[in-house]
Design a protein around this ligand. Structure first.
Ligand code: DMJ
Length: 635
C-alpha cells in the first residue's frame, strides 16, 4: 500500500493535455468551451455530435450517481463494505471504465521504490548490482584514458584530435581546447596522471596562447575553456586557499589567473557592442570583437555565458564579469516572445531577435538551459532579483508543451519539433540530437536536483513540475530510441518523426527489429554522429531524479555502441559519417566534448549519486560543474 500522497485528486490532470486519455465528459465540455478542441470537432457532423452529447449526458449522470469510492491511494471502487452498495458501484464502475479510462495520477512511489529492503536476498542483489555498475564505471574510465592517450600522443596542445590521421587540428582558435575540456573529467574520475599532464600544460602554455591567438568564438571559448578552468579551480580546492589542495596538478590559482586573463579579453565582446547583446567573435591578442559575417549572434550563444561569468565574479571578487553577462539576460527579458519561445538569431546591432525560426536544437538549445540554471545557481537567493529567469523558464516550457511537442505515428514517440516560420507557419517534425538536453533540464527544473521521492515527500512539486517531469521521461525515451533505431545503436545528428499526413519513406539501413523503425525518419544528410553528450546527460539527470535503473541500462547500451563503432585502436574515438550503415564510415575527428561531457556524464551515471550532487552544483552547457553560489563560501 502506498503512503498517503501529498497531492489531492484535483491534481490528477498533471499530464500533457495533448496526450492524456481524456474523459468523455471532458471531451464534450472542452468541445464546447475550448478553442483547441473546437478545431478537432470541426470534422464531426452535427448529427454525430448530438448523439455523442446524449451518450455523454447518460454517462455523466451514471458517474455522478456513483458513491465517491475512489481514494488517492487505492484503485477505483476500493473500500466499499456494504455488499448491495458494492454491486451497484461495481456496475457503475464497469460503465465508467467503458466510457473513460481512469485518470492518470501524479507519479507515486511503487512498492519497489518504497524499499522493502531488509531481506538478505535484497542486499545480495544490491551488492551484485553495485559491483556491476562499479565495473561499468571503470569501463568508462578506461575509455577516457584511451581517448586522452590518443590525444596526448598525436595532438597534445591542439584543439582536437584527428584519430585516423593521428594528428591535431585547431578548430576552436588554438587554446588547446581538449586539454582544458578534459581536465575536470580527469579530476572527477581520479586519474592523477592525466590531471597532472593537463594541469602542467595549462600552467606552461595557456597564458601565452591566450595572449597570442587570434579569433575565437565567444560562446565556445566560454563554455569549453573558461568553464573548464573554473570547474578545475573549484574541484582542486581553489576556494579554500592554496594550502588545501585536494587534487594533483598546479596550484588552483593557476586556473583562476588563466580564467581571469581569458575572461578579460572575452569581455570586449560585450563592451564593444552597441547593445547588451555581445558580438559573436573576439580577437584575443587585439582585445577586440566583431559580429559574425551576417551580423547576427545565435540566441543560445549570447545567453549561455552567465553561469561562467557569475562564478568568476564570485571567486575573483570582481563583479564586472557577472554584471556584463547578466545584462544580456535582463535585456532578453524585455523582448517579445511567443509563449516564452524565441527565434534562434539575435542582432547585436539592434538588440532585437532576427527571423522567426524557433527551435530547441542548434542555436536555440542552451538559451532555455541557462534560464533555469542561472536561476538555480543562485541557491538560497532564488527568490531574489533573478526570479524572472525562472518565470521565463516556466513560460517557455509551457510554450514547448503547447507549440512544439507532438507524438509520432504509428508508435507514439513524444518529440519536440520546430517552427521554422514562427507560430503561424507550419510545424516541422524535425528534432536535432541537441534537443536531447531537454529531458534532463526538465527533470532538473522539476525537483531542483533532488530525487522525485524526496520532492514528493516534502510536497515540493507543483502541478507544472509534474507536467515537466512527465514530459522529461517521455522525451528521454525518444532520445534513447533515436539510438536504438539505427543499425549501429548510435543516434543521428537529426531525426524526423512521422506524423499524420506524412508521406516520407522510412529509415534505410535501420535496425529492423526496432519497434520505432517506422516512426523515425533519418535523412541521408543527417546520419552522422559527433559523439555528442545530450542524451547521456539527460539519462544522468533522470536517473538521479527518478532513481529508475532503466536510465542506467540505456546509458550502458549507448556506451557499448560507442565502444564498438567509434573506438580507434591507436588511441582516441572518432565521429561517424553514417550511423545507419554497417560498418560505419569514420569521420576522423574527436570532438572535445566527448571527453568533457559524454564520458563524464556516463561515468557519473554509473557511479554513486553523491558525486557532484545536482542540488549543489550546476553543470555549464559543456558539463563543467560549478558550485551553487550560496554554497561557495560555506563549503
Ligand atoms: C557542446 O559544446 C555543448 O553541450 C553545447 O551546448 C551544445 N553542443 C555541444 C555538444 O553537443
Amino acid at each position: 500500500m502506498s503512503k498517503g500522497l501529498p497531492y489531492s485528486m484535483k491534481d490528477v490532470d498533471y499530464d500533457n493535455a495533448k496526450f492524456r486519455p481524456r474523459s468523455f465528459f471532458r471531451v464534450i465540455s472542452q468541445t464546447l468551451f475550448t478553442r483547441s478542441v473546437k478545431r478537432e470537432c470541426l470534422s464531426c457532423s452535427t448529427g454525430k455530435f448530438l448523439i455523442l452529447l446524449l451518450i455523454g449526458g447518460i454517462a455523466y449522470l451514471t458517474l455522478t450517481h456513483t458513491s465517491p469510492t475512489h481514494s488517492a491511494s487505492g484503485g477505483l471502487g476500493e473500500g466499499i463494505t456494504d455488499k448491495k452498495h458494492k454491486i451497484i458501484t461495481d456496475g457503475a464502475n464497469k460503465i465508467r471504465t467503458f466510457w473513460r479510462r481512469a485518470p492518470r495520477l501524479p507519479p507515486r512511489l511503487s512498492p519497489d521504490e518504497e524499499g522493502s529492503n531488509n531481506s538478505s536476498t535484497v542486499s545480495l542483489e544490491k551488492q551484485n548490482s553495485l559491483s556491476k555498475w562499479t565495473s561499468r564505471q571503470q569501463n568508462v574510465k578506461n575509455a577516457f584514458i584511451h581517448a586522452w592517450s590518443g590525444y596526448k600522443n598525436y595532438a597534445m596542445g591542439y584543439d582536437e584530435l584527428m584519430p585516423l590521421s593521428k594528428r591535431g587540428i585547431d578548430g576552436l582558435g588554438g587554446l588547446g581546447a581538449t586539454v582544458v575540456d578534459s581536465l575536470d573529467t580527469a579530476m572527477i574520475m581520479g586519474i592523477d596522471e592525466i590531471v597532472s599532464e593537463a594541469g602542467s600544460w595549462i600552467e606552461k602554455n595557456l597564458a601565452q596562447r591566450v595572449s597570442e591567438k587570434g579569433q575565437v568564438n565567444l560562446f565556445e571559448t566560454t563554455i569549453r575553456v573558461l568553464g573548464g578552468l573554473l570547474s578545475a579551480y573549484h574541484l582542486s580546492g581553489g576556494e579554500h586557499g592554496m594550502d588545501s589542495r585536494t587534487i594533483k596538478g598546479p596550484n588552483p590559482v593557476v586556473y583562476l589567473d588563466a580564467a581571469k586573463d581569458l575572461a578579460d579579453r572575452l569581455l570586449v565582446a560585450f563592451t564593444s557592442s552597441p547593445t547588451s547583446v555581445p558580438f559573436s567573435d573576439v580577437i584575443l591578442r587585439d582585445r577586440s570583437a566583431h559580429p559574425a559575417p551576417d551580423g547576427l549572434s545565435s540566441t543560445s550563444e549570447v545567453s549561455s555565458l552567465q553561469l561562467e561569468f557569475n562564478y568568476l565574479s564570485i571567486i575573483s571578487g570582481d563583479p564586472k564579469y557577472g554584471l556584463e553577462a547578466m545584462k544580456v539576460l535582463e535585456h532578453l527579458k524585455t523582448l517579445p516572445k511567443i509563449e516564452g519561445l524565441v527565434p534562434i538569431y539575435i542582432s547585436p546591432r539592434s538588440g532585437e531577435f532576427s527571423g522567426e525560426n524557433i527551435r530547441l536544437g542548434s542555436r536555440g538549445d542552451s538559451y532555455y538551459e541557462y534560464l533555469l540554471k542561472v536561476w538555480l545557481q543562485q541557491g538560497t537567493n532564488r527568490d531574489g532579483n533573478l526570479k524572472y529567469l525562472h518565470d521565463m523558464y516556466e513560460e517557455a516550457m509551457k510554450g514547448v508543451r503547447n507549440l512544439l511537442v507532438r507524438k509520432s505515428i504509428p508508435k507514439g514517440l513524444v518529440f519536440v519539433g520546430e517552427l521554422p516560420y514562427g507560430s503561424k507557419g507550419a510545424f516541422s517534425p524535425k528534432m536535432d540530437h541537441l534537443v536531447c538536453f531537454l529531458p534532463g533540464n526538465l527533470a532538473l527544473g522539476a525537483t531542483k536536483g533532488i530525487t522525485k521521492r524526496k520532492a514528493m515527500e516534502e510536497n515540493l512539486l507543483t502541478f507544472e513540475d509534474l507536467e515537466n517531469l512527465k514530459l522529461a521521461e517521455d522525451l528521454a525515451k525518444t532520445c534513447f530510441e533515436m539510438y536504438s533505431v539505427t543499425s549501429t545503436g548510435l543516434a543521428p545528428e537529426i531525426a524526423y518523426f512521422r506524423i499524420e499526413g506524412d508521406t516520407e519513406g522510412g529509415l534505410d539501413g535501420g535496425n529492423k527489429s526496432s519497434e520505432y523503425v517506422n516512426d523515425i525518419i533519418i535523412k541521408p544528410a543527417d546520419r552522422h554522429n559527433l559523439l555528442r553528450p545530450e542524451t547521456v546527460e539527460s539519462l544522468l539527470v533522470l536517473y538521479r531524479v527518478t532513481e529508475d535503473p532503466k536510465y542506467r541500462e540505456w546509458g550502458w547500451q549507448i556506451f557499448e555502441a560507442f565502444e564498438k563503432y567509434t573506438k580507434i585502436d591507436s588511441g582516441g574515438y572518432s565521429s561517424l559519417d553514417d550511423v545507419t550503415h554497417l560498418p560505419p564510415q569514420r569521420r576522423d575527428k574527436m570532438e572535445t566534448f566527448f571527453l568533457g561531457e559524454t564520458l563524464k556524464y556516463l561515468y557519473l551515471l554509473f557511479g554513486d549519486s553523491s558525486m557532484i550532487p545536482l542540488d549543489r552544483f550546476v553543470f555549464n552547457t559543456e558539463a563543467h560543474p560549478l558550485p551553487i553560489i550560496s554554497l561557495v563560501k560555506t563549503e
